[in-house]
Design a protein around this ligand. Structure first.
Ligand code: CU
Length: 299
């Protein structure tokens, strides 16, 4: 029906509600934008050179804008795409430059110290010693040789400083690594090849699940605001906002189970949308960048 509001035969259709939410007048999150894919950093002539700056950046979902520790300001980080026999050279700069918190061993500590850990690559532990750390303002270099017999597949990277791994991971610091299939791989069927990068990249879809919005309905230890409290986070300003309707802080609001801010994001988005034609085959590469979770979180 093509109908105007003034026509008497028109059913009444309410105009979309213009919701303008804010830290002082918060409301639930919707999401639902078209699914984005992470940018790929692709090796050329056997080399992949990467520069990652660990820095604080805005992370925004709908009206909610939060500050997070990130790689180069991106959540998730870019995907590293390599082949067997490639060399990855990474320069990692810790640009956090925030005061450090040095609690005793085995407590949440060192939120502003970092390093790099590749998850699943077949490399020597000497290449990536997790006790080697970059303090605020420091930097580290890594060189990874992808061996000739390395399996193709989907892997990931994240920081691994003892005391802040979970905190930085939940903040958003992670990304995917793809070791490409090769024509001669015995496991590569024609059907899989028809939907896989590097042959048919448009059908090769990455879904990166991250615990970036876990503020309520989780065990206290894993609520992001609780971790920020524990760590006396210098970028945590949520307690500075007062919600007009309750007179309490925005931190109270976002941590309140009743408000339901308990989401995993997909490629840094909340409930993104992907349209697929009927009968179209796709390849999905799934990574979940978290450890322990409860059953109550939504994606
Ligand atoms: Cu890991």
């Amino acid at each position: 029906m093509n109908c105007k509001f003034s026509a008497p035969s028109c059913p009444y259709v309410a105009a979309p509600m213009q919701v303008s939410c804010s830290f002082q007048a918060p409301c639930g999150l919707e999401g639902g934008d078209t699914l984005r894919q992470p940018v790929h950093e692709v090796s050329t002539d056997g080399n992949l050179s990467l520069v990652l700056s660990v820095q604080v950046a805005d992370f925004t979902v709908d009206w909610l804008s939060l500050q997070r520790r990130t790689y180069n300001g991106e959540i998730p980080s870019r995907t590293w795409r390599v082949k067997r026999r490639d060399v990855i050279r990474l320069n990692l700069f810790n640009d956090l430059m925030l005061p450090e918190k040095t609690d005793p061993l085995n407590s949440l500590r060192f939120p502003n110290t970092t390093n790099m850990h590749t998850h699943g690559l077949h490399i020597s532990p000497k290449v990536e010693d997790v006790v080697v750390e970059a303090r605020p303002g420091g930097d580290l270099s890594y060189e990874y040789n992808i061996e000739e017999n390395h399996p193709s597949g989907t892997f990931w990277f994240h920081p691994h400083v003892h005391g802040s791994t979970l905190f930085q991971l939940h903040s958003g610091m992670a990304g995917m690594i793809i070791v490409e299939d090769e024509e001669t791989d015995p496991g590569l069927s024609q059907q899989l090849k028809s939907v896989s990068c590097p042959f048919n990249c448009e059908h090769d879809i990455q879904l990166i699940f991250q615990p970036t919005l876990l503020y309520s309905n989780v065990k206290n230890a894993y609520k992001f605001a609780s971790m920020q409290d524990d760590i006396e986070d210098g970028i945590d300003n949520l307690a500075n906002y007062i919600v007009a309707s309750t007179g309490k802080t925005f931190k109270d609001w976002i941590s309140n189970d009743a408000n339901g801010i308990s989401y995993f994001t997909t490629n840094g988005q909340l409930k993104p949308t992907l349209n697929i034609m009927t009968g179209q085959l796709k390849r999905f590469r799934l990574s979940k960048f978290f450890e322990k979770i409860s059953n109550s979180q939504k994606t």
